[in-house]
Write a protein that binds this ligand. Structure first.
Ligand code: LLP
Length: 412
């Protein structure tokens, strides 16, 4: 995408702005479907379904492409569920993988006929009281430390809030029996973002889960291995090798599935992998300053628009399309417009010293970008635009307005 197009988009839709490349999004869906087919061919009698985890980005324009490409969906809140339904996923194609939800939410999931995956005994108890004799899935915690780019996104092991661990299975069976629930599937999600160098750790986690299933859950029909498929954010990182992953999964699943012929469906829940690389957030350089021997490049992309760098210390590649003829390269911290010292998009990066109003591009922002955006300090969440191969564009979410934020305030 060139400077002219980006300038035009900012003029039209405001700054900052989320932009998605339709072609890259489709390619990632295709890769996922190819992985499904490769593994399915190896594990002949098992059907594989890929549920896109809509928490990564639940814009219906994205969900519709995902649906058209043959993927299913996973949601974890009434809003995500609604977006999935409105984007065309039917009840069989949606899975509700939730954590600490109240009874009203359970009633909604049941009313809509969506399969639920529960992650604590007290949630199983609550569901059982409301809907005895129904099908459920359970999220287990395989006990082994999971995988992830930060401690904050590792979701298996002794330090996380997720799933039910082995020591509580006896009590789990008691509650399941009490309400005559039908436990049809086991789910585990080890954490978010592994690449080729961590496939071994991922496989270890899978093995731990399979051992627990062999020991305690011989009758299940569905095995859900969650998400976590990473993307390369840093220039030196390599894309996940799905052939290698399929081979490694086959090696651990083959015997297991032969011994458990009742398991006829395998699910995965990739979130990040699908939209991450198709998305970027663009904004403007607002101010430059040199203080304490450091260049600070101030932009309008605050931590409320893209929280990953400040929340996880996550790396996002930053480019500045500068009009500055001199192109003097400086080492700089690129920051936003929020009143927190953690409001930094990139630390110690080398960039041409920009002019005010130059365009800044923050890459790989299609997942956990808009979906984690907020109105902190009263800033408006940006618009989102989809770009097609011929450079034509479509607005897929309007920029918020102050009036929109005012709407829920009760003035008297
Ligand atoms: N399934 C479950 C139950 C999950 O909790 C998640 C992500 C996924 C699937 C999808 O995981 P993925 O394929 O995207 O790794 N905000 C963080 C990531 C948090 C992930 C939360 N759960 C980030 O920006 O890195």
């Amino acid at each position: 995408m060139n400077l002219e197009l980006l300038t035009e988009l900012i003029e039209k839709y405001g700054s900052p702005l989320y932009i998605y490349d339709n072609k890259i999004l489709q390619e990632r869906c295709e890769k996922m479907m190819k992985f499904k087919k490769t593994l399915e061919a190896k594990l002949n009698h098992v059907k594989i379904n890929i549920h896109y985890s809509s928490k990564a980005n639940s814009n219906p324009a994205i969900l519709k492409i995902v649906k058209n490409m043959g993927l299913y969906a996973d949601s974890m809140s009434p809003f995500e569920l609604k977006m999935c339904q409105k984007s065309g996923f039917n009840k069989k194609e949606i899975l509700y993988v939730c954590n600490n939800i109240d009874k009203n939410e359970m009633k909604l999931v049941n009313k809509e006929g969506i399969l639920i995956c529960l992650d604590s005994i007290s949630q199983v108890e609550a569901w059982g009281e409301l809907f005895p004799n129904t099908d459920i899935m359970i999220r287990i915690n395989p006990g082994i430390r999971g995988v992830g780019h930060s401690k904050k996104v590792i979701t298996s092991g002794k330090e996380t809030k997720f799933g039910i661990s082995e020591e509580n299975f006896t009590e789990l069976f008691r509650v399941i029996k009490k309400h005559n629930l039908n436990l049809i599937g086991i789910h585990q999600h080890l954490g978010s973002l592994f690449l080729n160098d961590k496939i071994d750790d991922y496989i270890q986690g899978v093995k731990s889960g399979l051992e627990l299933i062999n020991k305690y859950f011989p009758d299940i029909k569905i095995l859900d291995l969650g998400g976590g498929f990473g993307v390369p954010y840093k220039p030196e990182e390599k894309a996940l090798d799905f052939n290698l992953l399929a081979d490694r999964l086959y090696a651990v699943l083959k015997d297991f599935l032969d011994e458990n012929p009742n398991i006829h469906e395998l699910k995965f829940e990739p979130g990040r992998y699908i939209p991450c690389e198709s998305g970027m957030i663009i904004g403007k350089v607002i101010a430059n300053k040199y203080e304490n021997k450091t260049w600070w490049i101030g932009t309008d992309i605050g931590m409320n628009q893209l929280v990953r760098p400040s929340m996880y210390n996550a790396y996002h590649e930053i480019n500045i399309l500068t009009q500055n003829e001199k192109k003097k390269i400086v080492k700089a911290n690129v920051c936003g417009n929020i009143c927190e010292s953690s409001d930094i998009l990139g630390k110690n990066i080398y960039l041409p010293l920009p002019n005010i109003d130059d365009i800044i591009i923050v890459k790989n922002a299609g997942a956990y970008g808009y979906s984690m955006a907020s109105n902190y300090t009263g800033r408006l969440r940006p618009a989102e635009v989809m770009i097609y191969g011929d450079n034509s564009e479509k607005l897929i979410r309007k920029r918020e307005t102050i009036e929109y934020l005012e709407e829920n305030i009760v003035w008297d």
